[in-house]
Design a protein around this ligand. Structure first.
Ligand code: AMP
Length: 405
């Protein structure tokens, strides 16, 4: 269990509180926010701080301006939607350090909210002077000078040590914001102290991008179901023909090692027992269901078959906790979304009726579960991509380490 400092642990009244949010939201060409999920995610912390009479200073990165000013990457466009969501005027400073920022911070009254300009307009946010990874300490110190307390509320950047995260924490006491708390509590509940049996469902395109994740999971889970393109690599390693499927034949030994480790750790691995095969990778392509040994040389496995979905449902029934990352097939093209949709709906039903704890996140997982109409039925869906995956890999995340007691 991660034991970390929480926002509720500190008196924020009349204090300048520097809050790291993730306002890297999708926008159209005119700069209109097309999905305000990330703005909404920051509201509980901001409203808590307003209620407790803090002076609130919001900081975030946006896009990849690479240490230079770029009009299209300005945070200015977020003032209107953010003010609307908070039902109060949010002030703006056209730089995150220096005179304009200092003046705007000095003008704050208790309960006021100020948004500073993009931290990535400064090279010091992501690069040290030598060009290595990390941040410039003097940039971080200039940012930290705005506040008396630091609140980290952006789990999605917790896998990075940047000026506006670890850099500030090197100068100020750091606490988790309410969104960060929710992430850490749920993720901890799913993997560190899960109700057992605990099952993982990992799909997606390639084994190569998830080797560390699979290696970590087999040591922690009771059951690991592998799906999607990456299951082909495991099937091929076991001697099954996968035809023209996406398959990393060069990772045969890695796949065998993961299965061997699973056996030693008493983790049952579930692979597809039947598959949906097609000659073309396109929506509506002619397809057929066949056994794992009946794929023809000119066919690709694009989804798991119905028997496999039944086996997954049985495994979900036998589990108290489910951690899901990645689709079971090429879910963007119909009908190869079927196994993902069915399994996701089944998991959501078990959450509703049987108290299953189902946590999901990373990459395409959120869009796959939304596509299935099952996202709202999960216990918790992480909004983070890379940070969620690194957490599943068992890595220490710099943004979480700074919060530990
Ligand atoms: P990832 O980002 O690793 O989670 O992979 C997600 C991608 O894997 C999605 O775009 C899926 O279309 C793709 N995918 C899943 N299963 C297959 C498959 N059997 N063949 C090809 N692509 C697949």
């Amino acid at each position: 269990m991660v034991d970390f400092r929480r926002l509720e642990d500190v008196d924020v009244a009349n204090k300048r509180v520097l809050v790291r949010v993730d306002f890297n939201v999708p926008c159209d060409d005119e700069g209109n926010v097309t999905d305000n999920t990330r703005l909404a995610a920051a509201l509980p912390t901001i409203n808590y701080l307003r209620k407790h009479k803090a002076k609130i200073i919001l900081i975030s990165h946006f896009g990849r301006p690479g240490g230079q000013r770029e009009t299209s990457a300005s945070m200015m466009k977020l003032i209107k939607p953010l003010s609307g969501l908070l039902k109060t005027n949010v002030a703006f400073a056209p730089d995150c350090i220096g005179k304009t920022a200092d003046t705007a911070v000095a003008a704050l009254q208790a309960g006021d909210v100020l948004l500073l300009e993009n931290t990535r307009f400064h090279k010091g946010e992501t690069h040290t002077r030598t060009g290595g990874k990390g941040y410039a300490p003097e940039f971080a110190a200039a940012l930290a000078a705005h506040g008396e307390i630091f609140v980290h509320d952006a789990f999605s950047v917790a896998h990075r040590a940047q000026g506006s995260t670890s850099g500030i924490a090197a100068n100020l006491p750091a606490y988790a914001g309410l969104a960060m708390e929710r992430e850490l509590d749920h993720l901890s509940q799913a993997l560190d102290i899960p109700k057992r049996p605990v099952m993982g469902l990992v799909g997606g395109a390639k084994v190569s991008s998830k080797i560390d994740l699979l290696k970590n999971l087999v040591g922690r889970l009771d059951t690991l179901a592998i799906g999607g393109g990456m299951a082909n690599t495991f099937l091929a390693a076991l001697g099954h023909g996968v035809g023209a499927s996406l398959c990393e034949h060069d990772l045969r030994d890695t796949a065998l090692e993961i299965m061997d480790n699973a056996k030693k750790a008493n983790c049952e691995i579930l692979l597809p027992v039947d598959v949906v095969a097609a000659k073309e990778f396109k929506a509506g392509a002619q397809h057929r269901v066949c056994g794992q040994d009946d794929v023809r040389a000119n066919e690709m496995i694009l989804d798991a078959g119905p028997q496999t979905v039944n086996k997954l449902a049985d495994a979900i029934d036998a589990s108290k906790t489910l951690i899901w990352n990645g689709p079971l097939g090429a879910f963007e093209i119909v009908p190869f979304d079927t196994a993902t949709v069915e399994a996701a709906k089944y998991a959501a039903k078990r959450v509703r009726n049987n108290g299953l704890i189902a946590v999901a996140g990373g990459g395409d997982t959120v869009s796959a579960l939304k596509h299935a109409g099952a996202a709202d039925g999960f216990t918790f869906i992480s909004t983070a991509g890379g940070a969620f995956l690194e957490w599943m890999e068992g890595k220490a995340l710099p943004g979480v380490e700074i919060l530990k007691k």
